[in-house]
Design a protein around this ligand. Structure first.
Ligand code: COA
Length: 260
């Protein structure tokens, strides 16, 4: 796959997706969104690739937002199309991925960068990470899902404060507020992310798929979550992997899952 703004690397079934425009702090322009979409499609359809992590190139920034240099030419229809297209091609695709995708935040995660991290299933950050939704400084609001996902993750009051002040919070505050799960020294960020994914991909893939789907249902506040859980719980008993999991436990050995 020919890519000009994204680096990919595969190791032991884990795909590392690196947004690679460090001179622009990895801002999301149209090309990045299109290439991210292609990489995600490849990830979702490749059975050898079990999990992915998303990070930014360079020591300073994960993603410093949508590319502001593309904003001046936009009118209402163009702005709406930008948000809709990005949400469909990238952000919703990540959130709804049936395989785990996590964010390894190595610096600024602002605007669309914070939204990209929030679309991932969960987030780790280096000590130098900074999070914020500074769109109000530009006369705008988040357009890649920030108003919804930030509220889900940190609650209404804190989300309102961040989006209304445009202020940045550091990794420690992000941890306290529930935006991220772990803080690491910069050099340990990718190893820690891979370690977590390596653990997750030893589990039954069909069960992981249901955890992602049902947790997303809960986060969206859909009323049928408990019923969906009952039904998915039941269906998993018909899988070979659930039989293997119980058998392996009783035989005191590690299970071998086949995604069946
Ligand atoms: N869109 C386009 N270009 C961006 C960008 C963005 N969101 N964020 C940073 N850049 C570019 C800068 O224009 C600069 O380019 P240049 O060297 O060609 O002038 C380069 O990246 C480095 O950024 P700079 O501002 O010089 O770094 P800094 O360390 O002084 O400041 C930030 C870092 C993140 C505080 C600052 O870049 C910033 O505020 N960026 C915009 C954040 C934002 O509003 N995001 C939401 C967009 S909706």
């Amino acid at each position: 796959m020919q890519l000009s703004t994204i680096l990919t690397q595969i190791e032991e079934g884990i795909l590392t997706i690196t947004i690679n425009r460090p001179d622009k702090l990895n801002a999301l322009n149209k090309t990045v969104i299109e290439e991210l979409s292609k990489v995600l499609d490849a990830f979702l359809s490749n059975q050898e690739w079990k999990a992915a992590l998303i990070t930014g190139a360079g020591p300073k920034s994960f993603v410093a937002g949508a590319d502001i240099s593309e904003f001046l030419e936009l009118n209402a229809a163009g702005g709406e199309a930008l948000a809709a297209r990005g949400q469909e091609l990238v952000f919703n695709k990540i959130e709804q991925s049936h395989k785990p995708i996590i964010a390894a935040v190595n610096g600024f995660a602002l605007g669309g960068g914070c939204e990209l991290a929030m679309a991932c299933h969960f987030r780790l950050a280096a000590e130098n990470a900074r999070f914020g939704q500074p769109e109000v400084n530009l006369g705008l609001i988040p357009g890649y899902g920030g108003t919804q996902r930030l509220t889900q993750l940190i609650g209404k009051g804190k989300a309102m404060e961040l989006m209304m002040t445009g202020a940045m919070i550091n990794a420690q505050e992000a941890l306290q507020w529930g935006l991220i799960n772990h803080i690491t020294p910069a050099e340990e960020l990718i190893p820690k992310a891979k370690e977590l994914l390596k653990t997750i991909i030893t589990k039954a893939p069909l069960a992981i798929r249901e955890v992602i789907r049902l947790t997303n249902i809960a986060a969206l506040g859909q009323a049928n979550g408990l019923q969906e859980e009952i039904s998915a719980f039941g269906k998993l008993f018909d899988t070979e992997d659930a039989k293997e999991g119980a058998r392996a436990f009783l035989e005191k050995r590690a299970p071998v899952f086949k995604a069946k």
